[in-house]
Design a protein around this ligand. Structure first.
Ligand code: HEM
Length: 521
């Protein structure tokens, strides 16, 4: 690619730092006749909006699949084009780091799997992925069912008393209970309790979200760090969560020392199937900060994301009674009142499509963050190292260029007998779990978790937006939240009798599993 780049490569081999090279060679780049990324002008207000991905959508319609936003000395490249997203996430992923995201999350996740880059990431990814093996995920289905049952009991009480409920916070508690058990065998029991540790987890989470939307990094100012009451509270919360983690790691270590299980690929302790137990048994260093960083990362990654998916799924369902009754029909015939098994989950195809479609309309998180660590081309545009890039999954998922009736909640757009939609078969216009080497490690877990929760809830209840409830608007931290909760009126369904599934007409129906639980009105 020409004389300048040969000289540049030569100097680079002689040890001239890339920053210096960038500075001296920038005019060569521009003289090479490359187009410049379109600049979205007068868009400063864009990122100050509560849900900043909304104005980015308007700008995408005006400026296209890639454009630049500049605020004083800072500038961001916004990507809404599937092939550029694929290039960054998959084809040339080694040229990108987590950038700002790693800086924001450092205080809570350290070098955990989400923010980590380079060799640390490679080693930890290889260690952690095996822990989420098939047998583990299948075992978790039972946990999803039991946890959702506790939520059902709570809703049952609310239905009896005719009280409205705020579902967003209940979903947050449901998924906290699930992820605590799954990651380190700890029962927060947050659906029935309010303990210091739960409060501490939420303090840390809120801080992470505040930091990700704050334009000024207050937490880095030396004196502020020590005297601000908020920062003090955050530090105390972090300490409590860390102490608890240390305790759980110690308990787990003792269990592993005492058991005589052979470690193998699908190793699992039935009594404690957690990810932590797998990691300790596989020989992970229990004294390391790395292990705690990864546990904390998975706690956060698997908590608010799933909660947000459930919240927006029920919001969408509350507006589409036809889809709701189709969903209920499927659940009635496949599941009845059993706790779901893995076979049930696989048969809940329409339920799965409802989740697929909810993830399209409300991707969690709505943008993926990267930073270029070498110069590269995005489509026809050259970029330098050090560019901060936002891949707007929101825009990809709602772009009128890729979707018919993009804003319509329409699970039917995914045929039931077709493949489960993912980034590969949708060519990166649909990427609910990211893509490439940094794709979500919890995608199966999360899909089954949300399918089980939705199925059990709609089997037993109808949900309607509460009369006089505030409008459901969006705001964002790491995931999309509502501004004032999802307030609904829950009523018990008159449950139809259980119809055995058509695929097994010759099997006898076991009376013990098909009897309703006595909760019909
Ligand atoms: C990464 C979404 C649940 C653990 C990701 C990414 C997305 C995502 C989009 C890619 C981030 C990026 O490329 O910047 C979701 C959604 C979930 C969910 C929508 C729920 C519906 C979970 C669960 C766990 C988990 C349950 C843990 C058991 C992780 C981890 C990463 C990740 C560790 C980082 C992987 C890496 O960088 O190598 N998730 N996730 N996620 N997720 Fe999830």
């Amino acid at each position: 690619s020409g004389f300048p780049s040969q000289v540049r490569n030569g100097l680079s081999k002689l040890g001239v730092p890339p920053e210096v090279l960038d500075f001296f060679f920038q005019w060569f780049d521009s003289s090479e006749d490359h187009p410049k990324i379109p600049e979205a002008k007068g868009a400063v207000k864009a990122i100050q909006n509560e849900a900043f991905f909304i104005p980015l959508y308007e700008l995408h319609l005006t400026y296209g699949g890639i454009f630049r936003l500049t605020f004083g000395p800072k500038s961001f490249v916004i990507v809404s084009d599937p092939s550029i997203a694929k290039h960054i996430l998959k084809d040339n992923s080694k040229a990108y780091s987590k950038g700002i995201l790693a800086e924001i999350l450092e205080f809570v996740m350290g070098k955990g799997l989400i923010p980590a880059d380079g060799e640390v990431w490679r080693v930890r990814r290889r260690t952690i992925v095996p822990a989420l093996h098939q047998k583990f995920v299948a075992t978790m289905i039972n946990l999803f069912g039991q946890a959702t049952q506790r939520l059902c009991d709570k809703l049952d009480a609310a239905a009896s008393e005719g009280e409205d409920v705020e579902m967003e916070s209940l979903f947050s508690r449901l998924t906290l209970d699930i992820i605590g058990k799954a990651v380190f065998n700890y029962d927060f029991d947050s659906l029935t309790n309010d303990t210091g540790i739960i409060e501490a987890v939420y303090t840390v989470l809120r801080e992470a979200e505040d930091r990700s939307v704050s334009p000024i990094p207050f937490w880095e100012i030396p004196i502020w760090k020590d005297i601000s009451p908020k920062q003090k509270k955050v530090n105390e919360a972090l300490k409590l969560v860390n102490d608890t983690l240390n305790e759980l790691i110690a308990i787990c270590k003792r269990m592993v020392d005492e058991e005589d299980l052979q470690f193998h690929e699908e190793y699992m302790n039935e009594e404690d199937p957690s990810i932590l137990h797998f990691l300790v048994a596989s020989g992970d260093d229990v004294s390391s900060k790395q292990l705690r960083d990864d546990l904390m990362t998975m706690l956060i990654a698997g908590h608010e994301t799933s909660a947000a998916v459930l919240t927006w799924t029920f919001y969408l369902l509350s507006k589409e009674p036809t889809i709701m009754s189709k969903l209920q029909n499927e659940v009635d015939s496949v599941l009845g009142d059993r706790l779901p098994t893995i076979e049930d989950v696989k048969k809940l195809k329409y339920t799965t499509r409802v989740i697929n479609e909810s993830l399209r309309l409300y991707p969690q998180p709505p943008v993926l963050i990267r930073r270029s660590i070498e110069s590269d081309f995005l489509g026809k545009y050259p970029i330098k190292r050090g560019e901060d890039i936002f891949i707007s999954v929101w825009n990809l998922h709602r772009s009128p260029h890729h979707w018919i009736d993009a804003d319509k909640f329409n699970p039917e757009r995914w045929p039931l007998d077709g493949p489960n939609p993912n980034e590969t078969n949708q060519n990166f216009s649909y990427l609910p779990f990211g893509g490439g080497p940094r794709k979500c490690v919890g995608d199966m877990f999360a899909s089954f978790e949300t399918v089980v929760a939705v199925a059990m809830l709609v089997r037993r209840f109808n949900f309607q937006i509460a009369l006089g409830a505030p409008a459901v608007n969006m705001t964002t931290g790491a995931t999309i939240h509502t501004t004032e909760g999802l307030n609904v009126t829950v009523t018990r369904r008159l449950q139809p009798p259980i119809v055995p599934t058509l695929e097994m007409p010759l099997l006898k129906v076991d009376a013990s599993t098909s009897s309703p639980q006595g909760d019909s009105v």
